[in-house]
Write a protein of this length. Structure first.
Length: 107
């Protein structure tokens, strides 16, 4: 649950919340703890090689609800995967050289 995004949003979260950043991270950690406990409980109860979608399939059966949840889950994965490089790119200092000169040619 903790990935590269923690490094990408750390500065922004401190800027937005100021002194409340440690509390915000604590609350997020508690939510992650409850979520991981529920996944562990589901994995013990319904052992499979699947993931969230297999739990939804057992709970609601194959159908529109499970399919929609699966698509939304994939879209959230894509959004998260896309946001980490975007935020990481924002950490490059703006004072870095804008042009590169090689053998008298400016790029």
């Amino acid at each position: 649950m903790v990935g590269g995004g923690i490094f990408a949003v750390l500065g922004l979260s401190v800027k937005l919340t100021g002194g409340g950043a440690p509390l915000a991270f604590f609350i997020a950690g508690m939510v992650a703890l409850v979520t991981s406990y529920s996944y562990a409980s589901l994995s013990v109860r319904y052992p499979s090689q699947g993931d969230t979608v297999s739990f939804l399939d057992r709970a609601f059966g194959p159908g529109l609800l499970t399919g929609t949840a699966n698509i939304l889950l994939w879209l959230s994965y894509i959004a998260c995967s896309r946001s980490i490089p975007m935020r990481s790119g924002a950490m490059v200092p703006l004072s870095s050289p804008r042009t590169v000169s090689l053998s008298g040619n400016t790029f």
